[in-house]
Unconditional design. Structure first.
Length: 375
């Protein structure tokens, strides 16, 4: 009897394994469709909320922030600029939330060739200053904005929206005090920290400098779509510019649609193109010429690192890119009024898992920032 039970259990398990393998093999996605459904509600690796404390009454706007990348960088963001009293929620996604953790093992040379021959391959390769586009890690990372959309679909499906959502990369620093005035403009759907307005076929937000989506935009992107009432949205879907139409089902949100689109086996878009494409085609026409407005416009924006001599990052910058956690600490403490020479004594980190180098390194970075400001 025990032998028969064991054999039956083995048979059932074998069938399940075979069934899963067949589903994955026939799926148009990099993972099985059943796994894709269950991943929607997977929580981020790092999450902090101030809902119970309430957001300071001195803030005129509330902001949720979602970032993706390395855990120590995400914690560095949260402990510095993202600790602003405007911030309601901070979510950080890492490689643990990737659709396919074995992405690096794929034949990337073949993948690149396939992408560059698609009718929207330009959205994969023709990106200003794109470096490493032949690198497997760079290519795998482009899907992550889809995972971001998946979490936003899950968390915003019942409403409770902020005034703005800010999407950033893990090495982004945003001075929320500096951009606060830009967030007071009513009617703007999306704001780019740094925007390429001469790019075709539509303006592009450089994701490394952050992108704000307004509450109105979030309402549209998180609303279930039914084609008998949402004709305009469905007309956009059925135009099928980047292969999204076959994925659509009644009742989906745009967040959910592009969560699935980014999981396609033949996905070929740069992450900044995905976000800008959604803003351009799936939000209602704004009062401005474009749905996306730049807080700054390239080439007069984009403060890269603290080491650059052209547009170096400093306390006057609205947003900065390619920063290390010590850079963020230095900028944050300087913005609070600390002097560089005092940082070695005043700087402490409560979270020992945040990979900050040393207090002397933070002080050195602060001296560099001040030297740029005074130059």
């Amino acid at each position: 009897m025990k032998l028969r039970t064991a054999l039956l259990a083995t048979t059932v398990l074998t069938r399940l394994v075979i069934s899963s393998a067949v589903e994955l093999r026939t799926s148009k996605y990099v993972i099985s469709e059943s796994k894709l459904e269950t991943m929607l509600d997977d929580p981020p690796s790092f999450s902090r909320s101030r809902r119970n404390e309430g957001v300071s009454s001195s803030s005129t706007k509330t902001v949720d922030i979602i970032s993706y990348g390395r855990l120590d960088y995400l914690k560095g963001q949260f402990s510095t600029w993202a600790s602003h009293d405007m911030v309601r929620n901070f979510w950080g996604l890492t490689e643990s939330q990737d659709y396919n953790p074995t992405c690096l093992e794929a034949d990337m040379k073949k993948k690149i060739g396939q992408c560059q021959t698609t009718n929207y391959g330009g959205m994969f390769s023709n990106f200003p200053n794109a470096e490493g586009s032949n690198d497997a890690g760079f290519i795998c990372a482009q899907r992550r904005v889809g995972r971001v959309f998946g979490w936003l679909h899950s968390v915003y499906s019942e409403g409770n929206l902020p005034d703005y959502l800010l999407l950033v990369e893990d090495d982004t620093y945003v001075n929320l005090d500096n951009v606060k005035v830009d967030l007071q403009n009513e009617g703007e759907l999306a704001l780019a920290g740094c925007m390429y307005d001469k790019i075709k076929p539509f303006p592009l937000s450089h994701g490394g400098f952050g992108t704000f989506l307004s509450k109105t935009a979030l309402e549209y992107l998180s609303k279930p779509i039914y084609c008998h009432t949402d004709n305009d949205v469905c007309n956009q879907i059925y135009r099928d510019r980047v292969g999204e139409s076959p994925l659509f089902k009644e009742g989906m949100t745009i967040f959910e649609l592009f969560y699935k689109h980014s999981a396609l086996s033949d996905f070929c878009m740069h992450s900044d193109w995905v976000l800008s494409y959604v803003i351009e085609h799936y939000l209602p026409d704004s009062k401005s010429a474009n749905n996306l407005i730049g807080i700054k416009y390239y080439p007069f924006c984009g403060n890269y690192t603290l080491e650059e001599t052209v547009r170096p990052c400093n306390t006057n910058s609205d947003s900065c890119h390619y920063l290390y956690p010590p850079d963020m600490e230095a900028l944050h403490l300087l913005s609070l009024g600390y002097k560089p020479e005092s940082l070695q004594k005043t700087f402490e980190t409560e979270d020992t898992t945040v990979q900050i180098t040393t207090t002397s390194e933070v002080s050195r970075r602060a001296q560099l920032i001040v030297s740029h400001v005074l130059a």
